[in-house]
Design a protein around this ligand. Structure first.
Ligand code: NAP
Ligand code: G4F
Length: 330
């Protein structure tokens, strides 16, 4: 039997790395879309994932996407590429719309142009940011696939367009388009611009005497944080399902940034994190998402998905990883 072929956009990002690894283990031939004339992450990526065939393209350039689809001749396309940082999207709203929203339309249209629209299975990386934290229709139960949307950032609004255009192509052209509405997922491959990795990296550096404090924005928001390795498994399961559908992936628990700080500092034997944390308005947002809590019942029931890593396990593995990589004696 010939192996399946997958094309991943956003291959250099956290989820792209986890998914490459998973699909390679499953025997796929993996193609990854890489942008930029000299992408700073290319060299490190090639060293760690030599089995991935990189194809140059950009979500804002339709002809390059068509080329990538033709080169890869993919059976499954995972669209993970995006401006994914909420704070950055406030400062760069038009770029966010071009890549995170319109990029999806470009990719779907390019798939249609290949003439293989009915054969290709497509995954769209939708997000809990589309809900916006205003838990007005299912108070306390968590968002599910039927919850109302109220995005609170240029990123959330762009992702909502992407979500609906993806569903529209499913309904209009009979394409197999699955939308994974994923709550926050983290891990040792998370960018340091996101709050969890920023904290675990700083905690490790404080432990090694390389820095003395960390500057953060608001500490009260709550997130439903899971482990990225568990979530990419769910993406793959969505494309193996008999029907294209929408699925929430979440843990069903929500924790504040203060709780994350408590566990992270305990990992290095510090009981009170407060002396090490300063608040800096630079890291606050014009509109905040107060609380995110997801209900993954549908994915658990229909896909058999379940997460393995819990909240304390997630914090611990991230701090332990960062203690190793920042150790000046290593
Ligand atoms: P990430 O680490 O920020 O990676 C984003 C990727 O998008 C990078 O590989 C980046 O490539 C690529 N990209 C940016 N602009 C592009 C363009 N113009 N053309 C092609 N690629 C471009 O994000 P992630 O955490 O892995 O998340 C993956 C996807 O899931 C994203 O769409 C994100 O919005 C969504 N999501 C994430 C979470 C989460 O908690 N992680 C939750 C829900 C949804 P460069 O190396 O070139 O910058
Ligand atoms: O880690 P964050 O930047 O993640 P956020 O905004 O929840 O978005 C992430 O999860 C979404 C899924 O819900 C994804 F769609 C999205 O692509 C991304 O992966 O911020 C988490 C919370 C926010 O409330 C933020 O205001 O932490 C707060 N925060 C406080 N200080 C900070 C900081 N966030 C960052 N990035 N940096 C800070 O210094």
């Amino acid at each position: 039997m010939t192996s399946k072929r997958a094309l991943i956009t956003g291959i250099t990002g956290q989820d792209g790395q986890h998914l490459s690894e998973l699909l390679n283990e499953k025997g796929y031939e993996v193609f990854g879309l890489i942008r930029g004339q000299r992408n700073a992450r290319r060299e490190a990526f090639v060293a760690e994932f030599p089995f991935v065939h990189l194809v140059e393209a950009d979500l804002t350039d339709p002809s390059s996407l068509l080329g990538a689809l033709k080169t890869s001749d993919a059976d499954e396309v995972y669209n993970l590429g995006a401006i994914s940082h909420v704070g950055y999207s406030f400062r760069n709203p038009q770029l966010t719309a071009d890549i995170t929203a319109k990029g999806v339309l470009n990719l779907l249209e390019a798939i249609r142009q290949t003439g293989r629209a009915e054969e290709v299975r497509f995954y769209q990386a939708s997000t809990s940011e589309m809900f916006g934290g205003l838990d007005y229709n299912r108070p306390g139960k968590g968002y599910n696939e039927m919850s109302l949307f109220h995005p609170r950032s240029p990123y959330g609004v762009a992702k909502l367009y992407a979500h609906w255009i993806a569903k529209n192509y499913r309904e209009s052209y009979g394409m197999f388009v699955a939308c994974g509405i994923l709550f926050n997922h983290e891990g040792e491959r998370r960018g340091v611009e996101f709050v969890t990795r920023k904290i675990t990296d700083a905690v490790a550096r404080i432990h090694h005497g390389l820095q003395d404090h960390i500057e953060l924005g608001d500490l009260w928001p709550k997130r439903d944080w899971g482990y990225a390795g568990d979530y990419v498994r769910g993406m793959w399961q969505m494309l193996q399902h008999d029907e294209a559908d929408d699925f929430v992936l979440a843990t069903g628990e929500t924790h504040s940034i203060e709780e994350f700080l408590t566990l992270a500092f305990e990992e290095i034997g510090v009981d009170d994190w407060r002396p090490y944390v300063q608040q800096n308005p630079e890291f606050m947002r014009p509109a905040e998402v107060d609380i995110l809590l997801g209900d993954p019942t549908k994915a658990e029931t229909d896909l058999g998905w379940k997460r393995d890593v819990d909240f304390p396990g997630l914090v611990s593995r991230m701090v332990q990883h960062d203690l190793k990589v920042t150790d000046p004696n290593r």
